[in-house]
Ligand binder design. Structure first.
Ligand code: RIB
Ligand code: CA
Length: 310
């Protein structure tokens, strides 16, 4: 079976951590590397978290690359209210044994994409700063990207402002560069990620697997679900980021709709909004496939299969 080549760019983050485990454990995927960006927490924290997650599941062979410590234009923002002061509050990791490569994430993205045959899916589950900078530094990589698959944005409301979702608002200019790179874009927004709530029943289901990955999942969700309840009142934390990887493993689980998506770069109350023209009001070219629905049962089946792997 030919494995699908992916690069995962992330800001772990509890849900990013589950996306890392899913990507690293899937036989259908060839994870070329994990690039890390500041987002949920500072770059120092998110890089350490990515390394620790890969160590936990015994995949220290997968390289980690540190990327941009702040957005392209706006001031940095973090999500400590959700992910805590470490970015991965909750689990207690052993002393760190895996560390990032010396190469910068942007250089890794450029070097790796230029060396491939144009069959790499770049998955972003944090602010899109690293990919945007790579596209600006070396525009030739655009033709080498099969698809940009992101967790971010929403057709409807945001989650850090009425208009904007965190990954986009944390670096709107970067998102604009990526959405306008001329490559296929698939957007997993809040509209679908808020339909995969990690309820206590889901946590109990995964706890029964009794694998190291499942144990980490349970510890991660202990913190993540509590803060999501405190901040948003959810009965379970929406497991945002793994929807990207899961949709590669079972494409039929999401319903996609092509539409024009523009990132609002005005510095008003809608800054960072993904303006999704779902009904083609403006008659503009479609710039993304946007997930408008998800089969939650199929999603949790993919998560369970992934957690069994390690
Ligand atoms: O809005 C949710 C997104 O922001 C997720 O990627 C979460 O990890 C945070 O980065
Ligand atoms: Ca994230």
């Amino acid at each position: 079976m030919e494995r699908k080549k992916i690069i995962l760019d992330c800001d772990p983050g509890h849900d990013d951590a589950v996306a890392i485990m899913l990507a690293a454990g899937s036989e259908e995927l060839e994870l070329l590397g994990v690039t890390v960006v500041a987002g949920n927490q500072t770059l120092e924290n998110t890089v350490r978290n990515a390394c620790n997650v890969l160590s936990w599941i015994g995949r220290e062979d997968i390289p980690v690359y540190a990327g941009c410590p702040r957005p392209l234009v706006r001031e940095k923002m973090v999500a400590a209210d959700i992910h805590g002061s470490t970015g991965l509050d909750g689990p207690v990791f052993p002393p760190q044994t895996k560390f990032p490569e010396a190469e910068h994430a942007v250089d890794f993205l450029i070097r790796t994409l230029l060396a491939q045959e144009g069959d790499v899916t770049v998955i972003t589950t944090g602010p899109m700063t690293n990919l945007a900078l790579a596209l600006r530094r070396e525009p030739r990589i655009a033709e080498k990207i099969e698809r940009i698959l992101l967790m971010g944005g929403s057709l409807a409301n945001g989650n850090v402002s009425p208009a904007a979702e965190f990954n986009i608002l944390a670096d709107p200019e970067a998102a604009h560069i990526c959405f306008s790179a001329g490559r296929p874009v698939t957007m997993m927004g809040l509209d679908v990620t808020r339909k995969v709530l990690c309820t206590p029943e889901i946590v109990s289901r995964m706890a029964k697997l009794d694998t190291p990955a499942a144990q980490l999942f349970v510890q991660l969700m202990g913190h993540f679900c509590r803060t999501q309840k405190e901040v948003f009142g959810w009965e379970g934390g929406p497991l945002h980021d793994p929807v990207t990887v899961a949709s590669l493993l079972d494409p039929g689980m999401v319903t996609l709709k092509g539409m024009n998506v523009q990132i609002d770069l005005s510095h008003g109350p809608s800054y960072g909004r993904t303006n999704c023209d779902a009904f083609d009001y403006l008659g503009l070219p479609h710039t993304a496939e946007v997930a408008v629905d998800i089969d939650a049962a199929r999603f949790w089946d993919v998560i369970e299969r992934g957690l069994r792997r390690f």
